[in-house]
Design a protein around this ligand. Sequence first.
Ligand code: SF4
Length: 454
Amino acid sequence: QGIQLHGVLKENLQATISEINQCLLTTLGACGDVNRNVMCCPAPLYQNGVREQMQQFANAIAEHLAPRTGAYHEIWLNGENVNGRKKREREPIYGKVYLPRKFKVGISLPEDNCVDVYTQDLGFVAIVENGEIQGFNVLCGGGSGMTHGNKATFPCLGKPVCFIPADRVVPTAEAVVKLFRDHGDRSNRKHARLKYVMDEWGVAKFRRELKGYMGHPLKRPVKVEINGYETHVGAHEQGDGSWFYGVSVESGRIKDEGDFRLRTALREIVQQWSPMIRLTPNQDILFCDLPKKAITAIRKTLKGHGVPLSEKLTPLRQLSMSCPAIPTCGLAITESERALPGIIDDLEAGMKRLGLKSEEIAVRMTGCPNGCARPYQSDIGIVGRSGDKYTLFLGGNVIGDRLNQQFLDLVPREQIVPTLVVLLKHFKKNRKSGEGFGDFCDRVGQKELHALLE
Ligand code: SF4
């Protein structure tokens, strides 16, 4: 993941970069026109080795698509190169001018789409038979960003393009990146994503062009449906004798505030158990490779610092997600990370009154339409519009295989929950058995929902 360093860099650039590297993290290409992060389910579930294999593929893709430039390790202060200039390497994949814009990759399982594979420029959905990965469905052209009032920009779901055997993952990633390198829009950065290539070409032409980069005919994608999404919070057996415990981090913010001392609790857990730490695409933390006795101790530590146990949180809170927005992100129009917990408090209370406390509803909020918290596939998307007003999207779902639709624009923040509660009452009364809120909104349509508000 890209790490924002703007303020810190001014203070202590050399030490910061050095410390990040010592932690085995990197900011290489963090905001560059290259492949960015490769996401994969982080849960250490070793029962059949499938997730381990997926994680190995993710590492191989990340390594293969990393820029070769030595410039990352050059440090310049006051016009002087202070750590010795590295020889410039050739960029075998990106060439001289890199990509038209950023590129993202995700690997998922049909039963656990925790990486939101449809939002990625390039997605791999593992096809598993008898506990073995047989290969992957390749999805191309997903992406979240849009610009308010610019109809030429829109979120897209990745489209199934082909099936590949497992040993073709890395060459396939390279082929799709090269296709984007050569055919992405280099004249307009707002239009420079693979999703617009896919939108303009359609899947048939995309397949024909990709075949040229792959060097062989493409197999049709396997029929498979995404049908699950896991947050991985709470205690789980890893399958190798160890356990992991997932801590829900609301809005991704680790802090001590009054009696709620999450930061202190996490520090104590790390100091006591030295666990392997993994971060999830839902902004949560997994403490891994623990003995069973650590689970009870970790729960005690969390409770002792006023941190509610993640597995006891409502699904609404567990699934909620926001981007950093104000004050961390320079592109933010509105609040998000600091606003969502309050919205969830009120919505949770409203749902409790309606008897919907256990309902799985994904609410995602961002401070601008760039969509960093992936709001356009969720049941409820709240996207910063202006001042303290938001655009409300409805009709996606938890598993992230359908785009939601704009429902209301310029909604004042204090009106968001009262509006949703009206719709939830209607949902409670008229839903079909087992139907989720987003599915309901999608089925009944906006006309019926707007009539309720009138
Ligand atoms: Fe910043 Fe907008 Fe992304 Fe939020 S969605 S982190 S405000 S760019």
